[in-house]
Design a protein. Structure first.
Length: 186
C-alpha cells in the first residue's frame, strides 16, 4: 500500500466518525471531573498503550497550567505490572482488569474500555462487572464493535476492519478529546 492510499483511508474513516459519540465522550469526562470521580482505562496490546497514554493525558494534559489545582483523576489499569502478572498467574489473564476494579473502583466512577475487536475476554469481564457495580462504561472499538459495543453504556466506534489503523484513529480521537477538555476545563 502506498502512503497516499493510507492517508486517504484515514481521511475516509475520520469523515465517518460520529461527532455525537465523540461529544458524548467529552461530556462524560467533564461530568467525571465535576463529580470528582475516577476514570479507569483498560486495553490490551496497542490498546493498552493507548490506555496508558490516554490516562496520562487525562490526568496531566487537560490542565491549562502546571499550577492548576483540580485535576481529572485518571488511571490506566494496564500499567500495574505486578498486579497484572500476579493475577494472570494465579487466576488467569481474563481477571487482570476486573480484580483491579474490585480493589480501586467505586460506584459512579468511569471505565473506558479500549478494544479493537471488542471481544477481548478480560475487557468484557471488566465491563460486565463495572455495569453491575454502578460504574459508567465507555467502549472504544473498531471492527464491528464486538461484544464491547453491545454491553457498554456509551461508545465511540471506529468502523474499520484493520487493527493498526483503528488503533491509530483511536489515538487521534483521544488527542482531540484532550485538547477539547483542556479548553473547556480551563
Amino acid at each position: 500500500m502506498e502512503f497516499t492510499t493510507y492517508k486517504s483511508t484515514i481521511s475516509k474513516v475520520l469523515d465517518l466518525l460520529s461527532s455525537d459519540e465523540i461529544e458524548n465522550f467529552i461530556q462524560l469526562l467533564l461530568k467525571a471531573f465535576n463529580e470528582d470521580k475516577f476514570v479507569f482505562v483498560i486495553g490490551n496490546g496497542g490498546s493498552a498503550a493507548n490506555a496508558s497514554h490516554l490516562a496520562q493525558d487525562l490526568a496531566k494534559g487537560t490542565r491549562k497550567s502546571p499550577g492548576q489545582i483540580r485535576r481529572l483523576k485518571a488511571l490506566s489499569l494496564t500499567d500495574n505490572t505486578s498486579f497484572i502478572t500476579a493475577q494472570g498467574n494465579d487466576e488467569g489473564y481474563e481477571s487482570v482488569f476486573v480484580q483491579q476494579l474490585r480493589t480501586y473502583a467505586a460506584k459512579g466512577d468511569y471505565l473506558i474500555a479500549i478494544s479493537g475487536s471488542g471481544n477481548s475476554p478480560n475487557i468484557i469481564k471488566a465491563v460486565e462487572w463495572a455495569n453491575t457495580n454502578g460504574l459508567v462504561t465507555i467502549g472504544i472499538t473498531g471492527y464491528d464493535g464486538g461484544m464491547l459495543r453491545k454491553i457498554s453504556a456509551h461508545n465511540v466506534h471506529v468502523n474499520l476492519n484493520e487493527m493498526c489503523t483503528a488503533e491509530s484513529i483511536h489515538s487521534i480521537i483521544f488527542h482531540y478529546v484532550i485538547l477539547e477538555l483542556r479548553e473547556r476545563l480551563g
